[in-house]
Design a binder for this molecule. Structure first.
Ligand SMILES: Nc1ncnc2c1ncn2[C@@H]1O[C@H](COP(=O)(O)OP(=O)(O)OP(=O)(O)O)[C@@H](O)[C@H]1O
Length: 305
């Protein structure tokens, strides 16, 4: 039995259309499936928790964007008892990009129904506030990148630009606006017990996969199942230089420049002098000074093709 968790609203309604196409194939092929459409924020977490609380191995297929994958993974009761399939239709698709999954829905479905390769992936955990925790698959961090995610959610720009198939333009516009507003902060970053102080940090992100923000290859050396997180720190950078580095980051070339530091480790504590927005897989969480990032002990199997 395949459990499809579908965000009909992903990419401003494309989720529903894609599901209709997928469902025709499932009916045609006589596949045993159950569909659950998400109706509100975090609904996908409740659905996946309910499915995975049952005994046995569960085939869960997510149809949505990175945010829906994040919500589903946060609901999984036991990571080792799930095989996750993914039909990516979000605006960012960094999870699919980082794992080199097909971004063609029917091709992705064919792989899910007849898998040739599954990859075990590490799952990150961010701790913040009063003992709150969230899992992530792509990245989690604080500062500028999280501020962009916040603003995207409150501005409705993404809905408009998605409708005219230019979702990425919404991110570019908001990123520019947030860059102008950004006030870099001092941070002390402890990785596996070693603390380094950084001045004027624009953002610090713990990355499990290479890409975030809709295709920025911020961590070119990240490997999804090496049990190591890459911590990308952008610090002491004039804003004009950041504008020049962002396009280079699409190809991972920003790492050659002063002001970009990348650390590696699995137990990370970030203390910021001022409270900053934080995010998990692009889903915003409000302002915090301190985060603790690490990895789950168990991996999650994802159908690759
Ligand atoms: N029925 C719904 N109506 C409105 N929002 C929903 C609904 N179902 C889920 N959501 C919320 O939509 C948000 C974003 O969804 P998702 O990530 O699937 O698509 P996206 O934003 O288009 O893609 P991406 O995250 O890759 O940019 C999630 O935070 C989720 O909680």
């Amino acid at each position: 039995m395949y459990h499809f968790i579908v965000n009909p609203n992903a990419r401003s309604g494309l989720g529903k259309d894609t599901w209709n196409t997928i469902e025709r194939v499932l009916v045609d092929k006589n596949v045993d499936y159950q569909v659950y459409e998400t109706k509100y924020q975090r609904h996908a977490t409740a659905i996946s928790r309910k499915i995975t609380e049952q005994e046995g191995i569960h085939n869960i297929i997510v149809l949505g964007g990175d945010g829906t994958v994040n919500e589903v993974v946060n609901g999984i009761f036991d990571l080792e008892r799930v095989i996750l399939g993914y039909v990516p239709i979000g605006s960012s698709n960094d999870f699919a990009r980082g794992l080199s999954l097909s971004q063609n829905p029917l091709e992705a479905l064919a792989g899910i129904l007849n898998p040739k390769e599954c990859v075990p992936i590490n799952v990150g955990i961010i701790g913040y506030g009063n003992q709150k925790r969230r899992r992530f698959c792509v990245s989690s961090g604080l500062g500028f990148d999280a501020a962009v995610c916040h603003q995207i959610v409150v501005s409705h720009l993404k809905t408009f630009f998605n409708k005219i198939k230019l979702g990425k333009l919404a991110y570019a516009g908001v990123a520019l606006q947030q860059l102008i507003k950004a006030k870099p902060s001092s941070m002390s970053i402890t990785v596996d017990g070693k603390t380094t102080k950084y001045e004027k940090v624009l953002f610090a992100a713990a990355m499990n996969l290479k890409y975030e923000g809709g295709g920025f290859m911020f961590a070119p050396k990240a490997v999804v199942n090496d049990s190591i997180l890459n911590i990308v720190i952008a610090h002491n950078l004039p804003k004009l230089k950041i504008l020049l580095l962002l396009p280079l980051a699409y190809r991972g070339l920003h790492t050659h420049f002063k002001g970009i530091s990348i650390l590696e480790g699995k137990n990370i504590i970030i203390n910021s002098e001022v409270p900053l927005p934080i995010h998990t897989d692009g889903e915003p969480i409000f302002l915090h000074n301190k985060i603790h990032v690490t990895l789950e002990g168990k991996t999650l199997r994802v159908v690759k093709r």
